[in-house]
Design a protein around this ligand. Structure first.
Ligand code: G6P
Length: 362
């Protein structure tokens, strides 16, 4: 039964551990033998008429949208904006001539996103919903819908729906990029990278005892924490921070690493945990510099680095996956830090206080 906890203590850990099978299922569901996307031609046709894509979402889905922006811009060269649905609904952003709206929603019921979709319908802007609940309101009311295929997500803190959102956006972006003749899309090896990411996630999960020890030693004793990253690691840092703070109640901020020195470094004290993500080759040397800056102020640094950029002293070494899909793997280390920080504090991991799985009020 997909919705039972089985031998897991909490749904959150079960859902974290399901992520490799979610990626393998998405491969089967959305890719053909050659690794080419099988996406409804009507959707790709409609998208190919857009001069700008607008992604709207809330919470973790918004963070998946920030990764989506980088995927869409790399694979389609169509400028892509990402907005909080809760803001766009009341302060409608300036539109290009031929906008196309993409809604990301695990539940498909988020009221804030429904408000934006109503605006889109009123203005005749075409829309696509990517959701884990195919018969949800956002799926039914948009022009087009695609299923995230992640299976029921029970824990309030979203994990596998995020990875599915990143993966499905990659599938749509590749299909669209190929349709409009973008070489980067033709060159993008989805099938291979989904397989690598699935194996990579398994490897991260197999180091969960080390992650738990690091959480106990360096994160749980602190009242606050930071995630830092640059390039694709910056939106991952935002999601990583949200995950840790929402379930462990340790106040955590995600930062574009270099921005710390523009102010927030004043919050670093002796023992403040700073978790650094290093997947971007362009800025990895700069990241090492940013790490030294916080160490000099007393921070306890945990490094999560991809193999080709890793140093012997790094704490978690991630296997190599295409840069644009590296969030699929790096986020899992962060999900596990959040899980163990909450569990080892004795908290109800699956039901953090004050939170609801789906928020149907504006
Ligand atoms: C709630 C949940 C979050 C979720 C957000 C968006 O606040 O607690 O985990 O990310 O809604 O939900 P959606 O279903 O639209 O992805």
């Amino acid at each position: 039964n997909a919705a039972s906890k089985g031998t897991y203590e909490f749904y959150m850990l079960k859902e974290i551990c399901e992520q490799p099978s979610v990626l393998r299922h998405l491969d089967q569901y959305y890719l053909d033998q050659n690794g080419d996307p099988k996406v409804d031609a009507k959707i790709i046709n409609a998208l190919s008429k857009a001069d700008r894509l607008y992604i709207f979402a809330a919470g973790t889905s918004y963070h998946a949208g920030l990764i989506g922006k980088q995927l869409f811009e790399h694979l389609t060269k169509i400028p892509t904006e990402v907005g909080f649905a809760s803001e766009a609904g009341y302060h409608f952003p300036m539109m290009s001539k031929h906008p196309f709206f993409i809604f990301l929603s695990q539940s498909g019921e988020t009221a804030d996103s429904r408000v934006v979709l109503q605006q889109a319908i009123k203005r005749g802007i075409p829309s696509l919903t990517l959701t884990n609940v195919p018969n949800s309101t956002l799926a039914r009311e948009a022009n087009y819908a695609m299923s995230l295929e992640a299976g029921p997500e029970i824990a309030v803190a979203s994990t596998k729906a995020y990875t599915a959102q990143v993966a499905v956006q990659a599938i749509v972006a590749k299909a669209l990029g190929e349709k409009i003749g973008i070489k980067d899309a033709a060159d993008f090896e989805l099938k291979k990278n989904f397989a690598l990411a699935a194996e990579g996630i398994e490897q991260v999960i197999s180091s969960q005892e080390k992650i738990e020890r690091l959480a106990q030693k360096n994160i749980i004793p602190s009242r606050n924490a930071f995630y830092i990253g640059r390039g694709i690691d910056y939106p991952v840092a935002l999601e990583a921070a949200l995950k840790l703070k929402e379930v462990s109640y340790i106040q955590t901020e995600g930062f574009a690493a270099a921005e710390l020195k523009h102010g927030t470094i004043s919050l670093i004290e002796k023992g403040t945990p700073v978790i650094a993500l290093i997947n971007d080759s362009v800025t990895s040397d700069l990241m090492r510099g940013n790490i030294q800056e916080v160490i000099a102020r007393g921070a306890t640094v945990i490094t999560i680095a991809r193999k080709s950029l890793a140093k012997p002293a790094d704490d978690i070494v991630l296997p190599e996956v295409n840069y644009y899909l590296s969030p699929l793997v790096s986020v899992v280390a962060a999900q596990l830090f959040a899980y163990y920080a909450a569990k080892d504090k004795g908290l109800d991991v699956d039901k953090p206080r004050n939170l609801a799985k789906s928020v149907t009020v504006e």
